[in-house]
Design a protein around this ligand. Structure first.
Ligand code: RIB
Length: 333
């Protein structure tokens, strides 16, 4: 691999001149710049990224930390962010914390040691200690990476209107004729799951049929959704509608209903939340509350790159609207 010294010799200039051309810093006349760039091309020289960082140049590398890459929501989010980063000439490092706080903290250490330019957090363990650790680094918080409101004023937050989504889901199930609606909820230490459960309760607690026993945990997992629907129907055989806190649990619940030979939507109508592509592959296709995953990912990436490149903007919490996508798992008429 060619070195900066070989480039200097080829172009008959000093190493310092080559360094100024590479890092676009300091004066180099046009003709000399042209000669140096020609020598770089002929020798196929690739600047050493550590040297570039030491020269104060940005690596143009950002990181996204997600809690569960096996969940299609995060895979689709990572894809959107990677596409936006590439368009802006940045590389994306994808880190999966497996919902482990220590792993998340460890990633921050490693990323900082690699002179990462900025981090997007989509995990729920983020706290003041971690943010302090990132103090000198541009960060954007997404989705469940909310932290105490007092801290959010210092950071950009991107999320979806969870409460609005629950209202749309419950209203739709009622319009489809449902008269007893259950809820399968995600892990309550995750703000998005907690918000959706609380919103479900707010929407249905006025009905005489409501009881807390109409809610069951599904842990944001497919198997959790399957087990939850079976437990709910054992307790309340007259349930005729289910709002599920995310699509992976809804897919599991569909499987559970099929195993119990319960017809969807005629006996039980079911609505999920996220809008992942896989909802279209189900039979019947899953009605869901779609989050604008791609738009949120691209926005988060653009804000982070603006912060990295010094385009200062006032910190804000950007909430994206969600959309009810009606399909066969609820459409009774
Ligand atoms: O499906 C994963 C869930 O975790 C999504 O609803 C998303 O909002 C995240 O919080």
């Amino acid at each position: 691999m060619a070195t900066i010294r070989q480039v200097a010799m080829r172009a008959n200039v000093s190493v310092a001149t080559v360094s100024r051309v590479i890092n676009n810093k300091g004066y180099v006349d046009a003709n000399t710049r042209k000669i140096v760039l020609k020598a770089i091309e002929e020798l196929n020289y690739v600047p050493n990224s550590v040297a570039q960082v030491l020269a104060g140049k940005k690596m143009k590398v950002i990181a996204l930390i997600v809690p569960d890459i096996s969940n299609p929501f995060f895979a689709e989010l990572a894809k959107a962010i990677e596409e936006q980063a590439r368009q802006k000439g940045y590389t994306l490092f994808l880190c999966n914390s497996s919902e482990e706080e220590q792993k998340e903290f460890g990633y921050i250490e490693v990323l900082k040691s690699k002179s990462i330019d900025g981090i997007i957090f989509a995990t729920h363990h983020l706290n003041e200690a971690m943010l302090d650790h990132c103090r000198d680094l541009p960060v954007v918080l997404m989705d469940r990476a909310w932290i105490k409101q007092s801290l959010n004023k210092d950071t950009f937050v991107i999320s979806a209107r969870n409460q609005r989504g629950v209202q749309l889901a419950i209203r739709h199930l009622l319009e489809m004729g449902c008269r007893k609606i259950a809820h399968i909820y995600g892990p309550q230490q995750v703000i998005t799951a907690r918000e959706r459960r609380l919103s479900y309760q707010k929407e249905v607690e006025r009905f005489s049929w409501y009881s807390d026993s109409l809610m069951a945990p599904g842990y944001f997992q497919i198997e959790g959704g399957r087990k939850a629907i079976q437990a709910l129907l054992k307790k309340h055989p007259d349930i005729d509608g289910v709002f599920v806190g995310n699509d992976t649990m809804a897919i599991g619940a569909l499987k559970g209903l099929h195993q119990m030979k319960i017809e969807v939507p005629h006996q039980v109508a079911i609505c999920g939340f996220d809008g992942i592509q896989m909802t279209r592959m189900m039979e019947p296709e899953l009605t869901t509350i779609a989050q604008p995953i791609e738009a949120m990912g691209k926005k988060a990436c653009q804000i982070l790159i603006d912060l990295i490149e010094g385009n200062k903007k006032p910190k804000q919490h950007i909430e994206f609207d969600v959309q009810l996508i009606v399909r066969g798992s609820t459409k009774r008429r």
